[in-house]
Design a protein around this ligand. Structure first.
Ligand code: ATP
Length: 435
């Protein structure tokens, strides 16, 4: 039973790498490993309801068998059991989810993203032949993750037997730290270096993180040499990620770099129409244009405003006009004010950068790496939150005021003398603010 539980993650990873994210979330994430009878050669897996079970048997039986075979060898089959009563809602839930799939079909193309879109389509159909790596960059909410998911979905459809690995760079960093701590780096390497397509989102966050960059450098080289496709996204071009090692910067520029810009008016109108259609909702032309004129720089906000307008209409029976759109937009804008940065967040980001733990930073430890990261954390806390020095001292393990003054002075000194420290601190501040 224990070994089945442990193997379950690997089975899930296998399935996840071969089907779309939505399909995985809908059909696999709610399965539970129950027991394994090696004598009979049967794994018992629990599905949440009968509809779920029947769909799995119809559509994903081969995949599940393949995944089990991959882990346990040929002799293991499976049975699905259902414990709950049939849940009528789930059929609807699943089909609604399908509507939100991030594919090329649901991506509206305009001058601001045409080039990036074409490059993504090219690598999904001819991986590692044309542009490797493909590096997509642009501001938040302009469709980078949508494009990555579209590449993933299209690639899986084109090459069902190949393995796709998608990861946000922050998760990759955490996996590296975890693997080093537990001594499981070979499993981590196996996961990433066996990918046929590796998608890394928000790669700017690996800047300044030494072991993560080292690990990624070797992963990159292995995949590149094996002619596997790599696609990366970032909020800025490689040359502007100050704390990214030069050897990674140059590699990221080996293939093709494509930016996504804020969409122009016509594309914004088209996106509003497309989103409204996908929610089965009709917005009059003048209201579409009004919304497109008000929200110019972030498609996530545009989408949010359409959803809000629909909710006002359906739940409160409000007319779909400019006044309602105005309220929807101001709700969205107010809700998307950045959440205030907390001291915990700052300490976490600094800890990640210097590969120590947040507890180390607030502890009495005095080794070089910990002391350095503590000074940086105090400095960043002061810069971002203007917290009084006495309070900073208390937060960082009950230190007194003069220790904080000394630490901040030392930091100012170093920032003047050491350009790498300045770059690291600037990147840390940018990463914290962008989150
Ligand atoms: N061209 C487009 N057509 C349709 N929808 C889009 C388009 N661009 C973005 N979107 C939608 O806008 C939302 C935000 O896009 P996405 O998450 O891909 O942005 P991002 O650039 O990855 O942002 P971040 O850097 O903050 O992660 C998503 O719901 C996405 O589907």
């Amino acid at each position: 039973m224990d070994s089945f539980d442990q193997a379950w993650d690997i089975i899930c990873e296998f399935c996840k790498s071969r089907i779309t994210d939505v399909a995985y979330k809908t059909w696999f994430s709610r399965l539970r490993p129950v027991s394994m009878d090696f004598e009979k050669g049967v794994a018992i897996i629990e599905a949440p309801n009968d509809f779920h079970k029947q769909t799995l048997l119809r559509c994903y039986s081969d995949l599940l068998s393949q995944a089990l075979k991959n882990v346990f060898g040929d002799s293991i089959g499976f049975e699905l059991c259902v414990t709950e009563e049939t849940d009528r809602g789930s059929e609807k839930e699943a089909s609604q989810d399908e509507g939100y799939e991030l594919t090329f079909r649901t991506f509206v193309v305009g001058p601001s993203n045409r080039f990036a879109h074409a490059a993504c389509q090219a690598v999904a159909s001819k991986p590692a032949l044309l542009y490797n790596p493909l590096f997509i960059y642009g501001n938040s909410g302009l469709g980078k993750t949508h494009l990555l998911s579209a590449v993933s979905n299209e690639f899986k459809a084109n090459f069902p037997d190949r393995t796709v690995v998608y990861v946000k760079s922050e998760d990759f960093t955490n996996e590296v730290i975890d693997a080093i701590a537990r001594g499981t780096t070979s499993a981590l390497r196996a996961k990433y270096r066996n990918a046929d397509l590796l998608l890394m989102d928000d790669v700017q966050f690996i800047g300044g993180k030494t072991s993560t960059q080292e690990e990624f450098f070797h992963t990159f080289n292995t995949l590149y040499e094996a002619k596997k496709q790599i696609v990366l996204t970032s909020d800025r071009p490689p040359k502007d990620i100050a704390t990214l090692e030069d050897r990674l910067k140059t590699r990221f520029e080996w293939g093709l770099t494509a930016d996504v810009q804020a969409p122009e008016f016509e594309t914004r109108v088209a996106i509003i129409r497309r989103k409204a259609e996908s929610f089965d909702f009709d917005i009059p032309e003048n209201v579409c244009e009004y919304m497109a004129n008000k929200l110019k720089n972030n498609i996530r906000q545009l989408e949010g405003a359409v959803k809000k307008l629909r909710a006002f209409h359906l739940l409160e029976n409000r007319p779909i006009n400019i006044a309602t759109a105005q309220t929807a937009i101001s709700d969205i804008i107010n809700n998307s004010q950045p959440t205030p940065v907390t001291v915990e967040k700052i300490i976490e980001e600094v800890a990640r950068t210097y590969q120590v733990t947040p507890e180390d930073i607030c502890s009495q430890k005095r080794n070089a790496a910990v002391s350095k990261s503590r000074q940086v954390a105090m400095y960043v806390v002061r810069e971002i939150t203007q917290m009084p020095m006495v309070e900073i001292g208390q937060t960082f393990g009950g230190r007194d005021h003069s220790t904080v003054v000394y630490a901040l002075r030392q930091m100012e000194d170093r920032l003047e003398r050491e350009s790498h420290t300045k770059d690291t601190v600037n990147d840390i501040i940018k990463n914290i603010r962008d989150r």
